[in-house]
Design a binder for this molecule. Structure first.
Ligand SMILES: [Zn+2]
Length: 255
């Protein structure tokens, strides 16, 4: 079964760019007789406000954007579908992979220009205690778990909208966070595991997320998940008449 997803983050109200994204997801799946999963990216608990969550359902209903799999209300999200209920899954997946010593603990702050931490890859044995420490809050925001991206890591794929794409992950992103200082798994890891678990075959994103796609392709290979069959579509960002990105525009409700 072909399957794509709407994956809004409830850290703000939806904007025109989200709607454009959802419409493209629905259109693609309708054309292929596929299904749509509603996956609300609420791992970042403190920023996932209830009114933002409620607004997602409101806008999807108002716009006639249907989905076949996922929560139908904020209470269903909380009870069954929240990413926060899946914390063990993200943890287990990381432990099963082991990180091939490409994972390291980084205690740098934003001000640090050079990260020396990346030279010390975590052994498989050291991963679990480090992860437990992060989860228990014992790290007290002292370190994040990052993936080392060495020189010359590129990812190439055929994009439904853009054709042949090549992203230089080293230059575009560099080392990136897998598990955050505040104890929650980072977007790149959560998104990959969710896409694997929900059997996602078609991924639609804005063109500002090309480096995230490259990061997840790289992670999937390292961790042994097959993404060879997944198709990608990266659409242009929605802009106003002056060419400004519309990510700040808030959709109005109840009007
Ligand atoms: Zn560092």
């Amino acid at each position: 079964m072909m399957r794509s997803r709407y994956a809004p983050t409830p850290s703000g109200f939806l904007h025109a760019g989200n709607l454009e994204n959802f419409r493209r997801v629905r259109r693609w799946m309708d054309a292929l007789r596929g299904e749509v999963v509603l996956r609300i990216d609420d791992m970042d608990g403190p920023r996932a406000r209830p009114d933002y969550v409620a607004a997602i359902f409101e806008v999807l209903h108002r716009e006639g954007l249907a989905w076949e799999i996922g929560p139908n209300s904020a209470s269903e999200l909380e009870a069954q579908w929240s990413q926060r209920l899946r914390l063990d899954r993200y943890r287990e997946a990381l432990l099963n992979w082991g990180g091939s010593q490409l994972l390291f603990l980084c205690s740098c702050s934003r001000k640090d220009k050079v990260c020396a931490c990346r030279e010390n890859g975590l052994s498989q044995r050291a991963l679990e205690p480090a992860l437990n420490q992060l989860l228990a809050g014992a790290a007290q925001r002292q370190f994040a778990l990052k993936l080392r991206v060495d020189e010359g890591i590129q990812r190439v794929w055929y994009d439904e909208e853009m054709g042949a794409i090549k992203v230089d992950l080293t230059k575009q992103l560099g080392d990136f966070v897998i598990w955050r200082k505040d104890g929650i798994p980072a977007y790149q890891w959560v998104s990959l595991i969710d896409d694997v678990d929900y059997g996602i075959t078609h991924i639609v994103r804005g063109q500002d997320l090309l480096s995230s796609t490259a990061a997840q392709l790289w992670l999937s290979e390292l961790a042994g998940y097959s993404f060879d069959q997944v198709q990608f579509l990266h659409h242009p960002l929605v802009t106003d008449e002056n060419g400004q990105k519309l990510s700040k525009s808030v959709l109005s409700f109840g009007t």
